[in-house]
Design a protein around this ligand. Structure first.
Ligand SMILES: N[C@@H](CCC(=O)N[C@@H](CS)C(=O)NCC(=O)O)C(=O)O
Length: 373
């Protein structure tokens, strides 16, 4: 429970009256509520929990606003770990069922786009519906279309939430982490199953195979035989490329910036060698290593070169093999093309990250967003 919300136990009452103290004024809710401490986590009824807190009630802008995010003392950016790490399993607590789970994403977010690509590759569109937020991530975090009707954004079909942060508080009123996408939601337990994209794509890879047609069930982006190679590429690609662009872009000192940007380009050079004459990073088929790299490379020229100062080279002019690999995935496989929305990508970074770009002016180039094959 935050400092803004308190549950009051009045003398002689079997159940407490919930009292919301909102910026100095107090509103007593007459609806009885079971003491939260006597319940297992996530066990409040949906209606009670979703009314616990709404976007307009409390100020969480230090938690929700990327512009107010604190850096380390040396000016470097450290990404916080994701909080919800449950797994969907055949006979587990979170069973693999149709019409039980819902995916919340932003087209702008590379981590969320990993999950969108995998959902599409595996043919999970009917099993796991998706809701897209507006790219304007502001002081309350990611808004739904009910608050910001941006083209391509959706309203929240489950709760009509205003912001993604409302979902997090519905799952856990004491949530103190960041309000990130993607969010994989469980409609049965009314909670977040998992908000870590690297795990969500592995869940999607296998968990629903029993209820998918054989052609989709047999698609395996993390095959046993290649796991060691995939894991080892993922490790340095994550640190220096996927997260490396953020470390360069969010750096608050010259030293922190240079410590990120040079290793980033060293890794791009290494990837260029790996991909020369090859269509895929590992073996001769598409794996999660390609998916995880693609979402960063597709954003590179449109956003990271300018906005994040990753400008030693561009992909289109500096890396012919990476450029070809990216264009083949995009133009030849609809799972990549249909989940890439350059408008959401560009508007989000340039508009939302006001520490990096206080004017919110969105750069017009490069044109085209992606070159033809
Ligand atoms: N570890 C998470 C990271 C997700 C993430 O950082 N998402 C960003 C958008 S690209 C976000 O929602 N940030 C909101 C915030 O940090 O307040 C994952 O891979 O799923």
């Amino acid at each position: 429970m935050s400092a803004d919300e308190q549950v009051k136990f009045l003398p002689g009452m079997a159940t407490p009256i919930r009292q919301l103290i909102i910026r100095g004024c107090s509103l007593a809710s007459q609806r009885p509520l079971i003491a939260p401490s006597s319940l297992p986590k996530h066990s409040h009824s949906l209606v009670e929990r979703s009314s616990f807190r709404t976007s307009s009630m409390t100020s969480t802008s230090n938690q929700a606003d990327i512009g107010k995010m604190k850096l380390e003392s040396d000016g470097s950016f450290k990404r916080a770990a994701s909080a919800f790490r449950n797994w969907i399993q055949k006979d587990g607590e979170f069973a693999a069922e149709k019409d039980r789970y819902h995916l919340y994403v932003s087209y702008a977010c590379p981590w969320a786009t990993r999950t969108l690509i995998t959902r599409k590759l595996k043919g999970l569109e009917d099993i796991i519906p998706v809701t897209v937020v507006s790219p304007h991530m502001g002081e309350n975090g990611w808004p739904f279309a009910s608050v910001d009707p941006y083209p391509g954004a959706d309203v929240d079909p489950l709760f009509n939430s205003q912001h993604v942060k409302d979902l997090y508080y519905t799952a856990d009123p004491n949530y103190a982490g960041r309000f990130t996408v993607p969010v994989l939601w469980d409609k049965k337990k009314n909670t977040v199953v998992n908000n870590e994209s690297s795990e969500i794509i592995r869940i999607f890879n296998t968990a629903f195979n029993d209820i998918l047609p054989p052609g989709k069930a047999s698609i395996d982006i993390y095959p046993e035989a290649y796991r060691q190679d995939i894991d080892s590429i993922n490790a340095w690609v994550y640190d220096t490329v996927n997260n490396g662009v953020y470390k360069a872009g969010f750096a608050g000192s010259q030293d922190a910036y240079e410590k990120a940007v040079y290793p980033l380009f060293d890794s791009l050079d290494r990837l260029e060698k790996l991909l020369t004459g090859r269509d895929y990073l590992v073996g001769d088929k598409l794996t999660e290593a390609d998916i995880r790299l693609f979402v960063t490379i597709i954003r590179f020229d449109p956003v990271y070169v300018g906005h994040f100062k990753c400008n030693l080279r561009t992909i289109r002019n500096g890396y012919p093999a990476l450029h070809l690999w990216m264009r083949k995935l995009y133009w030849n496989n609809d799972a990549f093309k249909s989940t890439t929305n350059f408008q959401h990508i560009k508007v989000h970074y340039y508009w939302s990250q006001t520490k990096v770009n206080p004017t919110r002016v969105v750069a017009v180039g490069p044109t085209p967003d992606i070159e033809p094959l």
